[in-house]
Structures are given as C-alpha cells and as structure tokens.
Design a protein around this ligand. Sequence first.
Ligand code: URP
Ligand code: ZN
Ligand code: ZN
Length: 459
Amino acid sequence: MKTLVTNGTVVTASDSYRGDVLIEDGKVSAIGVSLSPDADRTIDASGKYVLPGGIDVHTHLDMPFGGTTSADDFESGTIAAAHGGTTSIVDFAIQYKGQTLRQAWEAWMKKAQGKAAIDYGFHMIITDLPDTVEQEMDAMVAEGVTSFKLFMAYRGVLMLDDGAIFRALSRTGGNGGTICMHAENGDVIEVLVRRALAEGRTAPKYHALTRPARAEAEATYRAICLAEMAGVPVYIVHLSAAEALEKVTEARDRGLPAYAETCPQYLFLSYANYEEPGFEGAKYVMSPPLRAQGNEEKLWRGLSGNDLAAVSTDHCPFCMKEQKELGKNDFSKIPNGAPGIETRMHLMHDGGVRKGRISLNRFVELTSTSPAKIFGLFPRKGTIAPGSDADIVIFDPEKKHTISAKTHHMKVDYNPYEGREVTGRVETVLSRGKVIIESGKFTGKAGAGEFLKRKPRSA
Ligand code: URP
Ligand code: ZN
Ligand code: ZN
C-alpha cells in the first residue's frame, strides 16, 4: 500500500518546507518535491501543514482513582486523542501495594489490548518499593516500560518517602530508566486540607487553596536534589507553578539534567475558574491545581526556552455527574483530574503559535519530538523522516472551530475550555500509514494500536 501526501508544508521540530511525503508499509519511505510514484492513494494537503502525529506522554485511561474510575477507557480515550491529532500516548500503569511491577503492567496491557486505536506505551507508577520491586525495575526497562512515576503526595495511597524515591532514582542510573515525579509536598497539603475541613471550608476552591505553589516548588527542588545525589536525570510531570519552574531553571543553569513538562490547563485556565458559581469549580479540581492569573506567562516563557521541554495533557477525566459529585460536600473527595487528550494540539497551536508565543517548529517539538526523545520513541515517532512511522497529521491552520462538550469525543460531560474558539484544525490523521481520521470522522479501528516497547535512556 503506497500513500502520497502532496503539496503540503511539512513541519518538523527543525524545518518547514513544501514537500511530498511517500508512505509505504506504514512508514515514511521518501520525502521530495513533485514525487510521482504510482500511489494507491493520494492525499492533497495544499494549504495545510503536514505534522508528525502528536505524542501525549501523560494520560490516565481507565484508571481507578479517588473512589471511581477515569471516564475514558482505551477505546474512547484513544479515539478522542486521534480526533485531536495525537497518534501515540504513554499512559500510567499502577503497581498497588504488594504487587509486582509485571502484574501491574499485565493488568494495564489487558485494559489497552483490543481497544486502543493508536499506539500506546506505559510508564509504571510505583507505590511500594521492597528490594524485590527495586530489582524488578530493570526487567521493566528491558520490556520497554522505561519510565516510572513516583508520588511525593497522597500519603497512604500513592506516596513514596524520600528514601524509596532515592533508591528508585539510583536504580535508573544503572538501567537507563527515567523517573517522572509528581512533585507536591503531600504532608503539608494533608495538614492544610484537614485544617480547611475543620473550619467548614468544603467548596472546590479549597482544593487549590490547600495546595500552595510553594508546596510544589519545595517538592520540585527536593526531587531535583535527590536526583542530583543519585547522579541521574529527573522529569517533573505536570508542572504548574512558576515557583516550581524557577527550581527547574536553577538546576538546568547548573547543568543538571532536570526536565519538566507542563499541560494546557496551566496555560489556558487559572485559579479564577475555581470561583465559578455553585459546584462548577469541581471541573478544575486536579493536582497540582490551577494557579493565579499571570502564572501562565512564566510557563510560556519556560516553553519558549527549554526549561519546559514538553506539553502533555494529564488527561484524567471524571464526569461532573456521579464522579466529581462525590465531593459535593467535601472538596477532598472530588476525584482529581480533568479531560484534555483531544484539545492539546488545537490549544497549543491557537494559543501558542498563532499568538506568537512559540514558533510552529517549537509547537511540533513540544507536542511530539521532545516527548519522543525523552521517552525513548525517537526517531520511530516524533518526526517525519524516511524510516519513521507514518504517524501524520494534516492540519488546516486557518480553519476555526469552537471547543465544546457537545461535539468532543471524550466520554466526559463537560469540557474545561467550553465555548473557546480556536483557529487551526486537525483534518486528516494517519497512524502507521492508515487514515484514522478523515474530515472529522474516525475511520480507524479500536484495537489497531500497538504496544510501544520504548528504548532506555542510554540508547
Ligand atoms: O489531578 C490529577 N493530576 N490527576 C491524575 C493523577 C496525577 O497525579 O497525575
Ligand atoms: Zn501526578
Ligand atoms: Zn497524571
């Protein structure tokens, strides 16, 4: 099967040029000017961008959390991702206390197999680290589960102490894995939450008011220090606060391999959303929380340099009805997380590229190339080059649309960006050469996604 994408503007992290892309057997086989093979299918991309498929390295599909389960499973979540121009995800498997890492990985593979419509990999959340599990980290890296998320918050559920975090970090020095850190000071937050509830402060906004930016900055600094002592890189997930970014910047200025991602919610929403009337603020209950207006400009600056290396979504959707409602009378019972797998590319193009905050090439780098490089998928994923998987998005930079829960494909009953008009729209999406989105319709197949065995950092 030969497919030719003609006349588009091919955009990578480094270049933008008019060119034709030839696809054979799911891979890019040639890029040139006026290619004229006897293709089975020709897609005219005149006036459009031809982008590498988006890579979202932070999603939570079908994840039990906060007494319920995230609303998108691997089928609905990956189809929504495809609509939004994302062709690969790295989701999180969770090792519960007493489990081996392999048991956790197998459980999450079962959730994805036969359902995922795009390619998927896994990070492993470690919640329990006896010596046997520490040793097992090497086997996971060998299986292609090359990154581990550790929590500095949620004591008794997900949190590890500093000793365990240090041991896990040290282990990656030998096995080439990468530690992803949820950096918030969980013990301080717990005290603040208890105090707020004792004073009768139960509304959603107290979720944010009990998780101060300083608690994120402190944990970010501590994570970096622990990684420095272990002599390994560290990747801070869902960085939200400018104070935390300062810690990453300081570390990078000292030459340390400290990396961080942020997410669109921290760029496009703010604390003010928690003040929406009634229980509406619950839509934005996530951790870390949204920050004060003005914080986002500092994050944009971090993105335009490289102190923030990637934009992921932390897609963790819970419906208002029956799920967020669990915390109607107590903000600490609102399941943490928000939807975003479908809106990332559109928001980053509109709010980043069109508003002049980042270049078109940087947009590709942040949403595809850097995540692929950091998490062992490059150059198979994350670029358009001969030999790469033909994960391609044809993107109309002028087409406008309005984001809404009425039209999105995520299985959640609200959209945090409801009513926002964006310019630029995903038109056609190819996953390993197969058209999976055509004129806004899903034409792929649930189960067609393949497990991504990722490379360790040393490779
Ligand atoms: O609130 C959030 N972020 N929910 C998902 C779990 C996590 O910490 O990433
Ligand atoms: Zn987290
Ligand atoms: Zn997350």
